[in-house]
Ligand binder design. Structure first.
Ligand SMILES: Cc1cc2nc3c(=O)[nH]c(=O)nc-3n(C[C@H](O)[C@H](O)[C@H](O)COP(=O)(O)O)c2cc1C
Length: 363
């Protein structure tokens, strides 16, 4: 048990979930806001080892562990999250206009399950402010930044392609990849039909068209939901194969959480989505499924239920090239990303040590 899980976490859990989230992230932003603070964070929490580096969809990552969308939703924390040891940060979800999301309370924890429930509906500062925050990136691109983009909460399908372009275009020069969040368009998929597949193709085609006219190439990924039927998942995989889409993010929070709740909690926590530990099996299964469907020929970012190096390795073994986490930051604390990286690099470190010993004894 770490100091965080033994002392800090029980104290934080006295307070409402979203207040703790906002307090912790503000403290991180302020403390890591200066170069000295950033340096201190990376000395305390960060970890680097060459064996963790990789290139995925043409982008170089210093390690495969990323901060999932929803943590840095206003693009104000990516540098600090990089100092904590994350190899990449997915900012957003960013929508064209600022939106405040649903009324509070809208975020809850289920400590016994290491899960978070939420009905946030993408509160964020909107594209203009996000760009302001990203302009500071010019001073050094230490951590890879991706942007998770969506349409606003109310968007008629005929405007969707134009709405996505309103965030995609201005963000293009500031981030290394995009994740297209289509939850607002098809939700958990109960009413999904062929017209939705056409809509998604139309939305993506507008982005591909813009990208064709640019000097730099930005990979575009689509984020899946763990609740979608096999038909929807198959459609998304066929879009991946038939269009210039670059990869998938597998997957997201789930609506299947009722069994984890007591009847009293169920009354308060209606219409939520769940992230955290209970998602791991489904995430692994879905990664395996999509990877085998597309013959392991496109990159997948695995996300859902990762709480340890062992969990991250399960998703990588299932076919993911990178892994993201959200709930682990709340349950395992700020040392989480660095700790996972250190554990993942242990075999390479042991091999280096053995090679050194062999060289020494040969002398
Ligand atoms: C409170 C909360 C807010 C989230 N906000 C977003 C979001 O804005 N956009 C998005 O694509 N995913 C969002 N997610 C989903 C996460 O990015 C991630 O896919 C999901 O939580 C599963 O990962 P985890 O099990 O590590 O939490 C959110 C998750 C939580 C718990």
């Amino acid at each position: 048990m770490s100091f965080y899980t033994k002392i800090v976490r029980p104290l934080l859990h006295i307070f409402p979930t979203e207040s703790v989230r906002n307090f912790s992230l503000s403290a991180l932003r302020i403390f890591g806001g200066s170069q000295l603070g950033e340096w201190m964070l990376s000395k305390i929490y960060g970890y680097r080892h060459p064996s963790l580096e990789r290139e995925v969809f043409g982008v170089r990552f210093r390690n495969p562990i990323g901060a999932a969308a929803g943590i840095d939703r206003d693009a104000r924390l990516y540098r600090q999250l990089g100092s904590l040891g994350f190899g990449f940060v997915e900012i957003g979800t960013i929508t064209p206009k600022p939106q405040s999301g649903n009324l509070r309370p809208r975020m809850f924890r289920l400590p016994r399950h290491k899960a978070l429930l939420h009905r946030m509906d993408h509160p964020n500062c909107g594209i203009e402010k996000a760009i302001d925050h990203l302009r500071r990136r010019a001073h050094g691109r230490k951590v890879v930044v991706g942007a998770n983009i969506a349409v606003g909460s109310i968007c008629p399908p005929e405007n969707a392609a134009k709405e996505y372009l309103r965030t995609f275009r201005p963000l293009y020069q500031y981030v290394e990849y995009f994740t297209v969040n289509i939850w607002t368009l098809i939700g958990s998929g109960e009413e999904y039909g062929p017209e939705h597949k056409e809509l998604i193709e139309e939305v993506l085609e507008a982005m591909f068209e813009f990208r064709r006219g640019q000097n730099d190439y930005r990979p575009i990924l689509l984020k899946l939901s763990p609740d979608w039927s096999q038909q929807i998942v198959d459609d998304m995989v066929s879009i991946l194969i038939d269009t210039p889409l670059d990869g998938l993010v597998v997957s997201d929070c789930s609506k299947q959480y009722e069994t984890a709740l007591t009847p009293k909690a169920r009354a308060q926590m209606t219409d939520c989505l769940m992230g955290g530990s209970p998602l791991l099996d489904r995430t692994e299964e879905l990664i395996r499924y999509v990877c085998s469907k597309m013959d392991y020929s496109y990159p997948v970012i695995g996300v859902g239920g990762v709480m340890s190096a062992h969990d991250a390795q399960r998703l990588l073994d299932a076919g993911a090239s990178l892994v993201q986490c959200y709930s682990a930051l709340a349950y395992e604390g700020p040392a989480f990303a660095g700790r996972i990286c250190r554990q993942m690099a242990a075999p390479a470190r042991a091999a280096e040590k053995a090679a050194r010993a062999t060289r020494k004894s040969a002398k």
